[in-house]
Design a protein around this ligand. Structure first.
Ligand code: NOJ
Length: 549
């Protein structure tokens, strides 16, 4: 394909096809925020048995793997990301037997289960921390980062936490500060301590031995900090907004060179299993060069690393194409990209990228499903679910509470999944109160969209099914094609082209030779389907074109 008046050649060299065919390369992942997915016992909180009850839906949609947000016991200072026991299930979510049953039931439907691993910090209620803080001579004192105050009583260095405020809290009983890059209730583990590393070997094996297919690893780029605890340098005007907001560059708290040895070690353990277990890293980094480094040599570190520059990009052709091309260029041979537009920490793609317009949500979803790499959908993406506006008194996220009203926090994207148009969207029983208020389920829900051939859900299912049938889409190389401003087109493998119009105007593209036919359009069936020399894309329309051989 070429576009009006442009040369035939693409703008970037083709990338290599996948070297091996692990299930997660061709597969589609789906993030389940467990508290808000499906409540089986009417306590208003989603649970493992609720997920069990929805596995057939996920299989119908064409999901290959689910990632569960933390289900381990937690006092919920940060909604599960403050772990009190790494090898158990919080009773609110069920039991270990439920988890085992979920893994078996998912496997029998051809799906895999990944869970969240939170190695940077524990809860302050974890027995390790309780013991560690009990005295300076405690056996596990070294599991955490304990440091004397400066002579004036102030914290040992200038580090600020990711949720604002100093990253240090003084423990009056023992007179030392402990490090926490998130809430004071989330003390950072000391990854310079060999016993911490050994403890985590046991933890990862505990889950992998029971059939868990892998981990999404929380803030995996931050777990090892500077051994000398040097001050972070001040941010400058040229630094990204977030660094300017915190007043410093996280030079000594993030992306330390020593973190790679930990990830490489886990990869060696993961590769001992059959099939090898998956390491999906939360790599919230600014630079794509840094992102690429977390893949190691392409085979020896993370299997998949979340691409935050892509996630945080405006929904515009130029910036998205630049990020994808650069990612394709930088990732080491053998590695595999991952594309996502939503998660439990950021505003949903249907709000942030699509401004609530279903046609734009369809386009964003088509993009995720047709780039070279593994797409990760967040629960609700498939129905174009938008964020829910909440009042101050409804906010439960500690970050929202801290920064309100400048920032509402993360609850708007964590609201319960609307399954039907009935009370509470069928998330919990009608007489119960969901832990977090949901939006109006009559406006957007799974049941209604399943019955509506024009819905976002039915479009996503069709796109997933096309992806499964078309080897170009699962494993073909990526090559950008020249296209008019406001649009973005690329070729996958020898015979598939994807063209997106990310603008409010119709765009003409020409397809000289070989012509093809439209395999899928975000705008529904098209007359005839066959293409002559070109195609007029409607505003915010995306198409997949199968080229004639
Ligand atoms: C990233 C998680 O996604 C987020 O929800 C959490 O608050 C922080 N890490 C701390 O664990």
């Amino acid at each position: 394909m070429q576009t009006t008046g442009d040369a035939v050649s693409g703008t970037a060299a083709p990338t290599r096809p996948a070297s091996t065919d692990s299930w997660w390369r061709s597969g589609l992942l789906y993030q389940i925020y467990v508290r808000s997915f499906a409540d089986s016992d009417g306590d208003g909180v989603g649970d493992l048995r609720g997920i069990l009850g929805r596995l057939d839906y996920l299989a119908w949609l064409g999901i290959d793997g689910i990632w569960l947000s933390p289900v381990t016991p937690s006092p919920n200072a940060d909604w599960g990301y403050d772990v009190a026991d790494y090898c158990a299930i919080d009773p609110q979510y069920g039991t270990l037997a439920d988890l085992d049953e979920l893994v078996t039931a998912a496997n029998s439907r051809g799906m895999h289960v990944l869970i969240d691993l939170v190695p940077n910090h524990t809860s302050d209620q974890h027995s390790w921390f309780v013991e560690s803080r009990s005295s300076r001579d405690a056996q596990r004192r070294d599991f955490y980062v304990w440091v004397d105050p400066k002579p004036d009583g102030s914290p040992p260095n200038n580090w600020v936490g990711c949720f604002g405020g100093p990253a240090w809290t003084l423990d009056p009983a023992t007179g030392q500060y402990y490090l926490h890059n998130f809430l004071p209730e989330q003390p950072d583990l000391n990854w310079w301590c060999e016993d911490v590393r050994t403890a985590f070997d046991d933890i990862v094996r505990f889950w992998w031995d029971r059939g868990v297919a892998g981990f999404r690893i929380d803030v995996c780029n931050m777990i090892v900090k500077d051994a000398r605890l040097r001050d972070n340098p001040p941010a400058t005007q040229d630094d990204p907004f977030i660094m300017q907001m915190f007043g410093q560059r996280p030079e000594y708290t993030s992306n330390r060179p020593e973190v790679h040895a930990v990830l490489k070690h886990w990869r060696r353990l993961a590769d001992e299993y059959d099939p090898p277990r998956v390491l999906l890293g939360e790599t919230n980094v600014e630079a794509l060069e840094t992102l690429a480094s977390f893949y190691g040599d392409g085979t020896d570190e993370l299997s998949l690393a979340f691409n935050f520059p892509f996630l945080e990009s405006p929904f515009e052709a130029g910036p998205l194409r630049d990020i994808v091309e650069k990612t394709e260029e930088l990732l080491p041979a053998g590695s595999w990209p991952v594309w996502t537009g939503s998660n439990h920490d950021v505003s949903r793609l249907a709000t942030r990228w699509a401004a609530g317009e279903p046609r734009k949500a369809r386009l964003a979803l088509l993009m995720l499903l047709t780039l070279r790499g593994t797409p990760v959908l967040y629960q609700g993406d498939e129905i174009g679910l938008t964020d829910v506006e909440l009042a101050h008194e409804e906010i439960l996220d500690p970050v929202g509470l801290r920064f309100w009203p400048a920032y509402q926090g993360r609850d708007p994207q964590r609201t319960p999944m609307p399954w039907t148009a009935e009370a509470h969207g069928g998330f919990t029983s009608p007489g119960s109160t969901p832990w977090l208020r949901g939006g109006d389920p009559t406006r957007c829900n799974v049941g209604d969209q399943r019955d509506d051939p024009e819905s976002v859900l039915r479009f996503v299912r069709e796109a997933v099914s096309l992806r499964r049938r078309c080897p170009d889409l699962t494993s073909g190389d990526y090559r950008s094609l020249l296209s008019p401003s406001g649009s973005w087109a690329w070729r996958r493998g020898p015979s598939t082209v994807v063209a997106l119009n990310l603008s409010d105007d119709p765009i003409e593209m020409t397809f000289p030779s070989p012509p093809g036919h439209i395999a899928l359009s975000t705008h529904g069936a098209r007359d005839g389907g066959g293409l002559g020399v070109g195609i007029a894309l409607q505003p915010w329309e995306g198409v997949v074109v199968a080229l004639d051989e």
